[in-house]
Design a protein around this ligand. Sequence first.
Ligand code: TMP
Length: 203
Amino acid sequence: MFITLEGIDGSGKTTQLNLLAAWLQEQGLEAVITREPGGTPLGEKIRLLLLSPEDGPKTAVAELLLYAAARAELVQRVIKPALQAGKIVIADRFNDSTWAYQVWGRGLDPLWVKEVLSGTTDGIKPDLTLLFDLVPSVSLSRIKRGDRLEQENLDFFQRVRQGYLALAQEEPERIRLIAADRSVSAIWTEVRAEVETLFTKIC
Ligand code: TMP
């Protein structure tokens, strides 16, 4: 079972991922937790590069290919083996991030990005994606504005959010839209309900 968490920076998805991981453990379920970019030795090095304001890519194409390289390693070395072993995988970001940030945010050619993504992910698709939705003016006020991406302007994050919302409209079964402008516990109640629904569908 493959669950991904998505949303613009500052949407609170990582807090919910930690709650989900702890809850799964309480249920006696083994879950593999990943994050992107990162999650493998090479991926973590690429993450440092991608998030660095000084050393990070200066072109959108190089940026896309670095995210894709980190994901290719993560899929082959971590996600695919875990899914084949019947484990639950929870991913902090996956393909939808690339679609929202690199296609909608940066304006890269969607057909080309689709090709790159399909060559990167080896046919692996999430069973459920929880999309934490928040207006960028609120999400940006929550973050430290330190790394390369966090320094992007409001327009950029508005485009990224539109990209996510368009994806959610296209795939409402897989992508569950979660209003992230509420308390952590209210959001968590909804997250748990979505995951429980998936369990009853799949198990
Ligand atoms: P995060 O791990 O704190 O969410 O930060 C990762 C940053 O990288 C975030 O700004 C989103 C961005 N990103 C992309 O632009 N494209 C991608 O494919 C991924 C996985 C992340």
